[in-house]
Design a protein around this ligand. Structure first.
Ligand code: PMP
Length: 435
């Protein structure tokens, strides 16, 4: 895909404004935002008044302060609020401007705290586009970085899509066990004393909505404790309510990481903003030391003011509870698409985050038939837009992640539009739909 105005073959509309879950283009078309942009515009496209006022107030009061010279007052309030919502003894530590930077800082902190270099992460993962965060990434976007950033080890997490460790009929419990056994083998072969952190998304986001099965995250926590490795959970996409919990890792009983990185939902992406939180012990370590990462815009007062009010809004309006309440409808609509569309192999969903896996007529990943699949997805994407939807596409997954503020009627309307777009994908992949 190119960077020109039409992004290669995929012409994108010129958006003029937004309202709720909708966006409008310069031709007067109205689109339902099916993936909250990059799973980040969590409150939709018109912000609560308090958020706008906070930005304006902070811009007039003190638009910028460099953290090492003087902290803006709003940062103290933000720290307090974050420390209230973070479980265990997790504490807010740094506020960079993007998810990639937060991961960059989290990786540096793990290395400096442990005095070790290696980072273990998954093949099925995305952690960002800067050098270390891209090297931690497992999906193909990391290839562009080549092997220029040493110290990153990849492991497989226990997820079947077109691959199951332990064989096609293995149960979830067996997969968890074999994945953890393999992981420990890797730790021992890499040398436990060389490994700074194990880095994982709480629920795989771009990689296709994989919720880790029972026992897996607890197993990682135990391996980290056993070998003195820090557990770094990347909440960039799942944090701030997407899964029906404030943080995605709260879906796994008893798991509290040592480092947590957030972005996107912390400000609903109205301003660039992210956060690194860490355990009190790690934070204390850095009391008199640099974390080894910094940027001019970290702790930006306006970004913090917006994120503070955004978080208050999420809490006061019980957005997390709303996500839990609408999740069963979301899931039943996804199930329906699996039943109605032969090109959809299966779905996975948690909260307001879901994924449909597309299959070819042989039940395989259509991407293996590269050119034919490319054309089929191109036809589908055109229909998707014609149906009045906009969203990110990462085939063979079709992500469903509308704003957390979506109503039931809007959600049903969105699924009906998607249903019609999938008729075209069925056809383009050589199936006949069940309609
Ligand atoms: N981690 C995860 C889990 C993400 O989904 C993303 C972005 N999609 C990032 C990190 C990188 O964040 P950013 O694009 O803000 O740098």
């Amino acid at each position: 895909m190119g960077w020109g105005p039409n992004k290669g073959r995929h012409a994108v509309p010129n958006m003029t404004h937004g309202e709720g879950v909708y966006l409008f283009d310069d031709k007067g078309n109205k689109y339902l935002d099916w993936t909250s942009q990059a799973v980040c515009s969590n409150l939709g496209h018109d912000l609560p008044e308090a958020v706008i006022e906070a930005a304006e107030y902070q811009m007039r009061l003190l638009p910028y302060a460099y953290g090492d010279i003087g902290q803006p007052e709003v940062r103290t309030r933000m720290n307090q609020l974050m420390n209230e919502i973070l479980p265990g003894d997790l504490r807010a530590a740094v506020y960079p401007s993007s998810g990639s930077e937060a991961n960059e800082a989290g990786i540096m902190m793990a290395r400096r705290y442990t005095g070790r270099q290696k980072i273990i992460s998954w093949y099925r993962s995305y952690h960002g586009a800067t050098s270390n965060s891209s090297a931690a990434t497992g999906d193909s976007r990391r290839w562009l970085n080549g092997d220029s950033t040493p110290g990153f080890v990849k492991a497989f997490n226990p997820f079947p899509l077109f691959f199951k460790p332990g064989g096609q009929n293995s149960t979830e419990a067996e997969m968890v066990e074999s994945s953890l056994v393999m992981l420990e083998e890797q730790i021992l072969n890499e040398g436990p004393d060389n490994i700074a952190s194990i880095m994982t998304e709480s629920v795989l986001g771009a990689g296709g909505c994989f919720v880790f099965p029972e026992g897996y995250m607890q197993g990682i926590r135990a391996l980290c404790d056993q070998y003195g490795i820090l557990m770094h959970v990347d909440e960039v996409m799942m944090g701030f309510g997407r899964t029906g919990k404030m943080f995605g890792f709260q879906n796994y009983d008893g798991v509290v990481p040592d480092i947590v990185t957030c972005a996107k939902g912390i400000s609903s992406s109205a301003v660039p903003m992210s956060m690194v939180a860490c355990s009190g012990e790690v934070l204390d370590f850095f009391e008199d030391k640099s974390i080894g990462w910094g940027s001019t815009y970290q702790g930006h007062p306006v970004a913090i003011a917006v994120s503070y009010e955004n978080t208050k809004y999420i809490l006061q309006n019980n957005i997390v509870g709303r996500v839990q309440a609408i999740a069963p409808l979301f899931e039943s609509c996804m199930q329906r698409l699996v039943e109605d569309h032969p090109c959809i192999k299966q779905y996975r969903a948690i909260g307001l985050f879901g994924c449909l896996d597309v299959q070819d007529i042989n039940g395989k990943n259509p991407k293996l038939q590269h050119e034919a699949a490319h054309d089929a997805f191109f036809e589908y994407k055109k229909e998707f837009i014609r149906q009045g939807l906009v969203g990110l596409h990462r085939y063979p997954h079709i992500h469903c992640a509308p704003p957390l503020s979506i109503t039931e009627d809007e959600l049903i309307d969105g699924f009906e539009r998607l249903d019609r777009a999938l008729d075209v994908l069925d056809e383009a992949l050589g199936f006949h739909s069940n309609h």
